[in-house]
Design a protein around this ligand. Structure first.
Ligand code: ZN
Length: 247
């Protein structure tokens, strides 16, 4: 396993703080492995990082605070952040995570199923996603998602929907009707994307139609969260269409 320079720096930094009491605060804040940003007082975007083809990418996911507990939408991409995410949520909201949903079968979405199941947290994926997970010898969810059904819990509600194939054949989106926020997952590219990313398990030919279906099913979206990189820029859906047009 290669040690990347950032981790090396962080290790050195932590030692420096311990031994010398010096401050590496700025560098640590810049390179935090888990970043949580609120969209409102209930919905939060959390970001973890990993490498693909030797390049560092951010993976964005969401969690929803309800009166009954917190619901995770996708597991961290960085496996070292499975537990820190639970701890951060407990510290911030004084609530446990009560369910984990995955938007498709890849490890930046469903990779934490086994870990969270071991913590006694119910995990959720579609029949299709579980079929692929089983086929690949990966851990499926403990429960299955009913697509298109409004799930109400602790004063909040959300819908998991499948609008067609794209980044993967099983990619789903999450709609939060109260806030008109859409968790696009990997079906939606961020506005700063340079290319379509990894499409080896996907369906590029079907993707444009899937985006059209998405737009007609959710005509008014206040905020869309892209699966990777800068989710705070406007124009993610438009960028996805633009990139698809160049394929
Ligand atoms: Zn993926």
């Amino acid at each position: 396993m290669k040690i990347n320079p950032i981790k090396k720096h962080l290790q050195g930094c932590a030692i420096a703080v311990l031994v010398l009491g010096g401050s590496c605060g700025f560098a640590l804040a810049q390179e935090a492995p888990l970043v949580i940003k609120p969209l409102n007082d209930k919905l939060h975007v959390y970001t973890t990082y990993n490498h693909f083809n030797n390049q560092k990418y951010a993976a964005n996911a969401l969690y929803l605070v309800t009166k009954k507990g917190v619901i995770l939408f996708d597991t961290p991409w960085d496996v070292t952040q499975y537990q820190p995410l639970l701890d951060s949520i407990q510290n911030k909201h004084h609530l446990p995570v009560i369910a984990v949903y995955a938007s498709h079968w890849h490890d930046d979405r469903a990779g934490g199923f086994s870990y969270y199941e071991k913590q006694g947290i119910p995990t959720y994926a579609t029949t299709k996603t579980n079929g692929i997970l089983r086929e690949k010898g990966l851990t499926p969810s403990t429960h299955e998602i009913e697509l298109g059904k409004t799930i109400r819990i602790g004063g909040e509600r959300f819908v998991i929907d499948f609008v067609g194939e794209g980044h993967s054949t099983d990619n789903t989106v999450v709609w939060f009707p109260k806030y008109k926020i859409l968790n696009g997952g990997c079906l939606v590219k961020s506005a700063d994307s340079k290319n379509m990313g990894f499409v080896g398990d996907g369906n590029i030919a079907a993707w444009p139609e899937s985006i059209r279906t998405l737009q007609s099913r959710f005509p008014i979206i206040h905020t869309v969260i892209a699966g990777h990189d800068n989710w705070q820029l406007d124009g993610a859906i438009e960028k996805t269409i633009e990139l698809l047009n160049t394929q």
